[in-house]
Design a protein. Structure first.
Length: 383
């Protein structure tokens, strides 16, 4: 079969299964609103949980950074791309989260790929939560280590896998807050099992950092856990993009020597690091925003109790409404958009088969009338 036939067949299968992904042009938008093809929608699909992406303080910091450093890093951090704002931000993150070191990456996907590729060998094992993010599972499956997956958020399932081995090391992988279900990992139990077995715990807290814990320090801080490897990303509550790995001195130096994403990728623009410093300060001072987000979550969950679809058990900004059938989820998302509410239908393989859903995300910028409009539309569309 030729490449063209394989491509066409794959696309046809995606269409037939209701899995075809399509991009839309967001003409202008923020955490609360977006515009598509000239129409304005209430935005319930953004990960901008604190609404910082349009914060004037962050915009001013980026502009000032661009004036001083330009708009690009100009090279890898190992060549000329590592600038003062990068070093300052790394030190600030390490101090804030209680680690010896922080290393910046261009994205959370890159950070997870770099970590797992650099740390694991063919004699090692990776035990990952079954619903861990695609960046983690893909990195694990491509590594030479043996990958096993434990039942979602089930410490007893992990415990059964943690049998002694004569050679090699074990890496336990989970998220802090899961991106598609909005639930939180039992980090204390996972950390205890990892320590007892001599394993390392890697936590990707992309959806917890900035939102939960004192000063928004995230899931690990909230559960009083300090894993050897913590990944935090800046594309959600921080309102920007990029990521950082928090670890000890030796691990940081090892990654600088062997993490290919660090060695061969252009560093994030220094101006972006300037904006991230401003974002970090906004997150640290963001108790009022976090309180508003919590109030919005509670308002939605109270109002959604009578819907005929299963609302996932989530106390976070991610509120999945489980529909089940792919086409039904797409149709419901379409009805919501016709009424001015932008919600995304998430389908397999992003989520398990039979669990297609509306992934409703709430943020601190939503107002009561926004949430009430969404609920009214959901009730009207339920039939």
């Amino acid at each position: 079969m030729s490449w063209q036939h394989r491509i066409r067949d794959a696309l046809q299968q995606q269409r037939a299964a209701g899995r075809l992904r399509q991009r839309i042009i967001n003409q202008q938008g923020d955490a609360r609103w977006l515009a598509v093809e000239g129409q304005r929608y209430r935005n319930f699909a953004s990960n901008d949980y604190l609404g910082l992406s349009h914060d004037p303080r962050l915009i001013a910091a980026w502009q000032q950074g661009a004036q001083q450093y330009g708009v690009g890093a100009g090279g890898s951090g190992h060549i000329t791309g590592y600038c003062r704002p990068h070093a300052e931000l790394e030190a600030q993150l390490a101090d804030w989260l209680g680690y010896s070191r922080a290393l910046l990456f261009i994205s959370g996907f890159a950070a997870n790929q770099a970590l797992i590729a650099a740390l694991t060998g063919k004699q090692d094992r990776i035990f990952a939560d079954k619903l861990a993010h695609a960046s983690l599972l893909e990195a694990a499956s491509h590594s030479p280590a043996a990958l096993r997956r434990f039942a979602h958020n089930q410490a007893t399932s992990l415990q059964k896998l943690l049998t002694p081995q004569e050679v090699g090391d074990t890496l336990v992988v989970t998220e802090g807050v899961f991106s598609m279900d909005g639930d939180s990992a039992p980090l204390a139990a996972l950390q205890q099992l990892a320590q007892q077995s001599g394993s390392w715990l890697l936590v990707d807290d992309a959806h917890g950092i900035g939102v939960v814990g004192e000063q928004g320090r995230g899931s690990c801080w909230q559960q009083q856990v300090k894993p050897p490897l913590l990944v935090v990303t800046f594309g959600k509550a921080f309102g920007l993009s990029g990521a950082a790995v928090l670890c000890d001195e030796d691990t940081a130096e090892y990654l600088l020597q062997f993490a290919r994403h660090l060695i061969y990728s252009t560093a994030m623009p220094p101006a972006q690091a300037c904006a991230l410093q401003a974002s970090l300060q906004a997150v640290q001072q963001g108790d009022e925003l976090r309180q508003q987000l919590a109030a919005n979550i509670a308002r939605f969950r109270r109002g959604a109790q009578g819907l005929p679809f299963r609302l996932a058990e989530s106390s976070t900004a991610i509120q999945p409404l489980i529909i089940g059938d792919n086409q039904q989820a797409l149709a419901l998302a379409s009805q919501l958009r016709q009424r001015g509410c932008w919600v995304t239908a998430i389908r397999p393989p992003t989520v398990p088969p039979g669990t297609a859903r509306l992934r409703i995300t709430l943020n601190a910028r939503h107002q009561a009338q926004d949430i009430d409009a969404l609920l009214e539309t959901l009730y009207d569309a339920k039939g």
